[in-house]
Design a protein around this ligand. Structure first.
Ligand code: PLP
Length: 396
């Protein structure tokens, strides 16, 4: 199954972006008011009363994002607050959560330190080993199976449709962190997932100028049996909004605007980033100074066939590679000029990082520790010739 791209950019630009009815502004204005005047006691003029509840700029952005992912979107001030709120809606203390062993470090910390301390149980599985996943599901009966694909930092690709089927057979919901692919390259809800998570800090924002997140759920998804809902109907989209309003985990109007603007250029950015990343991967793959290259767009990558079948339009802008020694890897990371040494990804600026001590430093010494000769690149929008020359020079 591949993603239907017809209309992606048209929707990104127009859905939720109707010109202002009164002034004709071609883009919706940014509504920064914290409170809204009422026409009478309890009579709201346009459905708004207070900024922690709802805000027109945030609403418009959520409509656009929901259309692009094919579900109901709720925006948050960080990817991790989206994850935390979703977990609290879909599970209760005492429940079990199963996640792929290569989830984002912050996700790992949220599950194993915060939610575990509150009484949730957890286990890790290799999401590429369906037999192992099934064994875990049968033994632990988790509420939620949580995966990230492509994953970080090895760009492993996991079979969303197969995992959804397995999860459902054991009464679990499948959550896919779609940050690396973005809705332009992959739409997990259409493949059978129940919920999608984004760190909009990355591709959706796309310009290194906001921290944000979102949860997108199938519009008819209700909380699992055995969980007492907080709302009358138990719809997950409404439970998310209730918990968000109750705790105040809201993105600012300015960040909502920036993320909405990012959506409009998402397709052209990711197209270019994917093409450049493939060219850089091809350059590195035949370079004797490089040992292995991880990029799902390379036929040599173990996830290539699966990526072809569940992604479309490209393979994203992140790749990683190994060199001879840890010292070489650190030297490469510290020697580039166009690639900046920094964590994060998905922006217009190209970034380089050393996962073993940076993004994945907390895993040092564990069974899932990252290869100390690994270097990760997030390819931006600079000219690819300059990017290749930069990496070439840094390899020495
Ligand atoms: C960055 C990231 C997150 C966390 O998002 P924040 O916006 O930093 O809170 C979650 N998942 C993935 C895959 C990420 O890259």
């Amino acid at each position: 199954m591949s993603v239907d791209h017809s209309g992606f950019s048209t929707q990104a630009i127009h859905v939720g972006n109707e010109p202002d009815r009164i002034t004709g502004d071609i883009i919706p204005p940014v509504h920064i008011a914290s409170t809204f005047v009422m026409d009478g006691v309890g009579i709201l003029r346009a459905g708004y009363d207070y900024g922690r509840g709802t805000n027109p700029t945030r609403d418009a952005y959520q409509v656009t994002l929901g259309a692009l992912e094919g579900g109901e979107a709720v925006a948050f001030p960080a990817g991790l607050s989206a994850e935390d709120t979703l977990l609290r809606v879909l599970s209760r203390p005492g429940d079990h959560l199963t996640f792929s062993s290569d989830v984002y470090g912050g996700t790992y910390r949220l599950f194993t330190r915060i939610h575990a301390a509150e009484g949730r149980k957890w286990s890790e599985v290799d999401a590429g080993d369906l037999a192992a996943v099934e064994q875990d599901l049968a033994a632990n009966r988790p509420r939620v199976l949580w995966v990230e694909t492509p994953s970080n930092p090895l760009l492993d690709v996991y079979d969303i449709a197969a995992l959804a089927q397995l999860a459902h057979a054991y009464g679990a919901l499948l959550v896919v962190d779609n940050t690396f692919a973005s809705p332009y390259l992959q739409r997990p809800l259409a493949l059978g997932a129940d919920a999608v998570i984004h760190s909009t800090t990355k591709y959706i924002g796309g310009h290194s100028d906001l921290v944000g997140g979102a949860a997108i759920v199938a519009s008819d998804l209700v909380v699992p049996e055995g969980i007492e809902p907080w709302t009358d109907n138990g719809l997950v989209s409404e439970e998310l909004v209730l918990l968000q309003t109750a705790t105040g985990a809201i993105p600012s109007p300015e960040d909502s605007y920036k993320a909405a603007r990012g959506l409009k250029t998402l397709a052209v950015r990711v197209d270019r980033q994917s093409r450049s990343a493939l060219e850089i991967a091809q350059f590195l793959e035949v370079d004797p100074r490089v040992k292995t290259v991880n990029y799902p767009g390379l036929p040599s990558h173990r996830g290539h066939q699966l990526a072809l079948s569940q992604m479309s339009g490209g393979f994203g802008g992140v790749l990683s590679f190994t060199v001879a020694t840890p010292e070489d890897a650190i030297r490469v990371c510290e020697s580039t000029q166009t690639f900046s040494l920094a964590v994060s990804l998905g922006a217009v600026e190209s970034l380089i990082e050393y996962p073993a001590a940076m993004t994945h430093g907390t895993k040092e010494g564990s069974a899932t520790a990252v290869d100390p000769t690994l270097v990760r690149l997030s390819v931006g929008l600079e000219d690819v010739e300059d990017l290749i020359a930069d990496v070439d020079r840094a390899l020495g």
